[in-house]
Ligand binder design. Structure first.
Ligand code: CU
Length: 151
């Protein structure tokens, strides 16, 4: 029995490796995936954190088309994430204090966004500015950028 064990172990390892390899090939060549074409299996989720302050960290986040950004609001205040005009897709995402909100980016491009409670967007100049009525520091507008690269 003792002498058979190493042999059984190597058989098990070979079987395991074969399964892992087969899985990898399956993922890469599978065309009948239940996921939409623009949400590939390799899509990731990246976080932007709102600390206990009116800002987005990191300020610039680079992702790949089909990835999801999750804004994690660690502040007690509500924030509302709004894209500025001219982004490839527009969205308005309210997020309560202590909660998070996600958006999947289907189009490549540069997305500028701001918090519509703590900052303002001037359509005439295209500038985002701090909202002096609401922001901790009106000289540092609550804004961020998501760069979505082609897959
Ligand atoms: Cu805000």
């Amino acid at each position: 029995m003792r002498r058979l064990m190493p042999h059984l172990w190597s058989l098990a390892i070979v079987a395991l490796l074969t399964m892992v390899t087969a899985c990898g090939q399956y993922t890469q060549t599978n065309t009948a995936s239940p996921q939409p074409a623009d949400t590939p299996a390799s899509a990731r989720t990246a976080d932007v954190v709102i600390p206990g302050a009116d800002r987005f960290t990191p300020f610039v986040l680079t992702i790949t088309q089909g990835d999801t950004v999750r804004w994690v609001n660690k502040d007690t205040d509500e924030h509302v994430i709004v894209t500025v005009p001219g982004t490839p897709e527009s969205f308005t995402l309210p997020v309560q204090g202590g909660r998070s909100v996600s958006h999947t980016f289907h189009k490549a491009g540069i997305y500028y966004y701001y918090c519509s409670i703590h900052a303002t967007y001037d359509a005439r100049t295209g500038q985002v500015a701090g909202n002096p009525q609401m922001a901790d520091n009106p000289y540092e507008p609550m804004e961020g950028v998501v760069v979505v690269q082609d897959r």
